[in-house]
Design a protein around this ligand. Sequence first.
Ligand code: HEM
Ligand code: NAG
Ligand code: NAG
Ligand code: NAG
Ligand code: NAG
Length: 514
Amino acid sequence: MDPIADLSMFDLTLWTFVAIAIWYMVFYFRALLRYRQASNNHGCQQPPSITQRDPIFGFDLMLRLHRALKRNHRNKSIVQLFSSHGLTFCAPSSTSTKFYTIEPKNLQTIFSTDASSWGVEPMRRFAFEPFVGKGIMCVDGKDWEHSRTLIKPTFARAQITDQHLEDFERHVDRLIDLIPRDGSTVDLQPLFSRLALDASTEFLFGEALGALKKIGFSNESSEFLQAYNYGQYVLGKRLHLPKWNFLTVDKRFQRSCRVAHAFVDECIARTQRALRGSQGHDKTRERYVLARDLVSQTIDMKDARNQLLNVFLPAHEAVGVALTNTFFNLARNPRVFSKLRQEVLKAGAQGKPWTFERLKGIKYLQYIINESFRLNPSIGTNTRMALNDTILPTGGGLRGTSPMYVRKGDVTTTSFYALHRSKDVFGEDADIFKPERWEGLRPPPWSFLPFGGGPRVCPGQNLALTEISYALVRIVEAFERIENRDPVMEFVEVYKITTDSGNGAKVALFSERR
Ligand code: HEM
Ligand SMILES: *[C@@H]1O[C@H](CO)[C@@H](O)[C@H](O)[C@H]1NC(C)=O
Ligand SMILES: *[C@@H]1O[C@H](CO)[C@@H](O)[C@H](O)[C@H]1NC(C)=O
Ligand SMILES: *[C@@H]1O[C@H](CO)[C@@H](O)[C@H](O)[C@H]1NC(C)=O
Ligand SMILES: *[C@@H]1O[C@H](CO)[C@@H](O)[C@H](O)[C@H]1NC(C)=O
């Protein structure tokens, strides 16, 4: 071996390495300089930053939240961060900044006035696409507009009719049949989750899965459900792993995708056949079904499938989670349950069927629902990425009042959980469940956001509120009294897309009429 050639080989490697390092540093400092200049030009300042031991990659905060998550304490950890750092803080790293804000002015900017600068596609599309395709949950801009326009008419019509309530009634009847009437312990969580499944599949696919039926829960239904649950679990993992990972492309995931796609394709084919069969029929008595509206609007059936799978993602469990969380609170506040029962019996005495308007009219019911969304929002946090360089109006500087410069690729995270516990807005006792606080309370704009806000506000909001109100009313009509049967009093969180109760809602319900 020639020692000289060997040395030069070593030299070459060394110099290449040094060149790359210098190139990276020049690139880095130029970007930093440009950022500083742009920031100064707009009078922007950085918000307080979380002290990080690792300022390069910003792993600290990630670790801290990860640890909190493991102990199911993310709620506290985030509330603590906001109470020690103010309404806005950040975690800078060498290439981008993570902003955390619950400042209403910033939320209005991100979700409404500057909504086009903030998106989800760069974060979600890679993770979601193999499973749910291109649709409302994982795209921005023109593609998002396309999706939103396609689904809008169905949601708009479903919320103004009481037709939907008639369908929903059948599911609630079944749910009530499944609750023991003798005061033995029941966990309401799996029941509410099946209720939400039946209601959402009926609305989206035209046919309920039948999850609440003792018999008739077909193999295709349970296969689809298993596939969907596993698929969703993998989506969650893919969100947190780098784009080039191969870890999450397992056989089971691929099979889950195929099963879910086949299930929805079959539903679309059925809808097409039904549409052809019903030409010229009277349609006024027909239910509002998203699949049918999509099929009659689009020629591209793959697009229709993607839109359906995307809407199913936020639709299939949110109502179940909200009901579970509400009963979690009611079980710990039996006084509220009794008071609600009185109000409901008063309002229902006329023997007329429940309608959208009559449910809205029971004030105390609406207070309870709002209070539950306030303390345990089903969607606890929301993260958006800056699609362009832009500015957030407040939160920067030592006093937290200067605007902040945001670079393309920076992200903001909002904690609805922390936002909803503001003592300034909701009072010193903001940490306790007290529906009465809503009497005369009008939270200022952008300080109470269980359904988000702006153009991407939840389109299912009214539908969900009606379903939740109706289920609550029917249950308090059927049962006189509630008792908590969960030895753990505090709310233990479990994170999926939603924030669920880790211990469910274990209660006893009593009825004289057996
Ligand atoms: C308690 C029930 C529900 C809650 C608390 C809830 C909450 C939310 C929130 C906070 C968002 C905004 C997310 C964001 O800004 O990125 C959202 C979006 C969405 N929700 Fe809901 N939701 C509920 C029920 C439903 C139901 C029943 C459906 C459908 C039948 C639905 C369909 C959607 C869709 C399609 C989006 C995406 C909208 C878009 O990106 O343009 N949601 N939901
Ligand atoms: C459902 O699947 C099981 C096996 O997984 C099978 O034994 C049963 O016959 C199937 N039932 C129907 C109705 O297809
Ligand atoms: C519940 O909160 C909403 C804001 O999302 C508000 O518009 C509504 O008036 C509140 N309901 C009651 C009964 O206070
Ligand atoms: C955002 O950036 C894109 C290019 O990345 C540009 O075409 C677009 O005009 C920008 N939008 C705004 C509102 O600045
Ligand atoms: C957050 O959750 C933990 C346990 O999951 C609970 O002990 C704590 O009380 C919760 N924090 C708040 C502020 O509710």
